[in-house]
Design a protein around this ligand. Structure first.
Ligand SMILES: Nc1ncnc2c1ncn2[C@@H]1O[C@H](COP(=O)(O)OP(=O)(O)OP(=O)(O)O)[C@@H](O)[C@H]1O
Length: 253
């Protein structure tokens, strides 16, 4: 599925990143159709964060391009940034501001007017169940609360594509359900989503497309049912990545 003009939400071509002598991402290409919810799965260190960071303008690639709705992330950063909402891995926040102040600060910085910021920040804090967000400093937030505030920041300017690195990590089950609903509503309203996750059940539940990344390469990408090929995503993932399902014992325990 694409939008009316057929332009993909995200188009990655030949992205590559080398750290020292380690190739973290090796000439990866990927097309995320507009209107899709795209899950990216891979073991620890597979290259998901590095790939998504390059695709969203957070890490300069050694080679390759990334386009958001046809806008090049690296040569036309302001336009691409306006289309993108990003929840990066290990998001840094101004620790001595309240959640409300963070949203105000970033909203104004992104060019929203003061009344719009005021309206949206209240709705976001309510929708993401951050009741203490108004008065509590970020330094006092739990990991899950930070994740939810990060998602609020990503949604604040009304992006068309959300790219979320592990959006449900450290988030309690009730909040996870809320976030899943927000993402489903976002897609139903015409938005597009890319998430990275280790949780296969989550990807199967909310994504219609999936990509499997391993050792910096894209092993397979496409509609969820095609990738699963009649098996569960976990079974398919395990066989693609070549993981053993046999538990490894610890001899001294
Ligand atoms: N700044 C860096 N300097 C050196 N090596 C790095 C750096 N960032 C990532 N790497 C390496 O690149 C590879 C890919 O890391 P990346 O964080 O992209 O993986 P990931 O799939 O997101 O892992 P996880 O699921 O554990 O978050 C790993 O081998 C990692 O050690």
């Amino acid at each position: 599925m694409t939008n009316a003009t057929g332009v993909p939400a995200l188009e990655i071509d030949g992205l590559r990143k080398v750290f020292g002598d380690h190739v973290a991402v090796d000439h990866v290409a990927l097309t995320v159709p507009a209107g899709s919810c795209f899950g990216m799965v891979g073991v620890n260190g597979a290259g998901k964060t590095t790939l998504l960071s390059m695709a969203t303008g957070l890490l300069r690639p050694d080679a390759g391009t990334a386009r958001v709705f046809g806008v090049d992330v690296w040569t036309d950063a302001p336009r691409a940034t306006a289309l993108l909402g990003v929840l990066p891995d290990g998001l840094g926040m101004p620790e001595r501001l309240t959640g409300e102040e963070v949203l105000t600060y970033l909203g104004l910085l992104r060019g929203l007017t003061e009344p719009v910021v005021r309206e949206r920040r209240g709705e976001l804090l309510d929708a993401l169940e951050l009741p203490h967000g108004r008065e509590r400093l970020v330094v006092e937030y739990s990991t899950g609360m930070r994740k939810k505030l990060g998602l609020a920041v990503a949604l604040l300017h009304g992006p068309r594509l959300l790219v979320l690195d592990e959006p449900l990590e450290a988030v309690d089950p009730v909040s996870a359900r809320t976030i899943r609903r927000i993402l489903a509503d976002f897609v139903a309203g015409g938005g597009s989503v890319v998430i990275s996750s280790h949780v296969m059940a989550l990807v199967e539940q909310i994504c219609d497309h999936v990509a499997v990344v391993d050792e910096g390469r894209m092993l397979v990408a496409g509609p969820l049912d095609e990738v699963r090929a009649g098996a569960s995503l976990e079974e398919r993932f395990t066989s693609l990545v070549g993981l053993t399902t046999e538990p490894v014992g610890l001899s001294w325990l």
